[in-house]
Design a protein around this ligand. Sequence first.
Ligand SMILES: [Zn+2]
Length: 267
Amino acid sequence: MHDHHLLGSCGAFLRSVASHWHDGGRLHNDAARAHELWQTSMLSALLEGVYEGEVTYEELARHGDFGLGTFNDLDGEMIAVDGRFFQLRSDGTAHRVDPAQKTPFAVMTFFRPEVERRIERTLPRTALFALLDELAPSHNLFYAIRVEGCFSSVLTRTVRRQEKPYRPLTEVTAEQATFQFNSVSGTIAGFRSPDYMQGISAAGYHLHFITSDRSGGGHVLDLEIEDATLTLDHTSGLHVEVPETAAFLAAGLNKPGHAEAIKKAEG
Ligand SMILES: [Zn+2]
């Protein structure tokens, strides 16, 4: 397993990535569990302010080595790559996650890329999504997406830790902290979910970013690729476990306007 912490320039970073693809060591060898998504709670519960879950990161790690989510009290954005979990806080810092921390929402998979594409030109977000539509034409399946390399820019947001009584997600994201990274190397991890999943997932793209020195990142709002490798893993399997907390049991999870609210909060 390579470590990117000491690599400063994008050139050095990409050479490291190139050898990384051939080591195979991070691939999960349990074929039965591979390619399935495992999710705790659902996005409409977050919309309703259900920011406390019972699932620990120790448990989450049993369900995947790649994914995204958040933390209890909505304390920042989570990204998991190569089995390592990071907490991206609203003050711009990144931390390794303690296994005892808990999450109210997360999506995980054992990432086994089936498609790899080198991108050696400037590619804005819309062009990346067009390329993904080419590589993954059916919008009725789930895709795990990883983009690793050099970005001319990445715009991220990070939600702020909340106190009880919790407010709905759209109110919280209205005051989110945003960060603009320029000429940065790093990793994007996330998913494309079918439109029919809106409410359980965020329909469409949901991507998180972390810098290669693991010092910062967040939920991706915009990006432009400079030189990167794109890998994809498709799945038709999704396992959802909903919490049995009082807040979840009482939440209205199928309200009109949720689809619009998710686009606003997660777009
Ligand atoms: Zn997110």
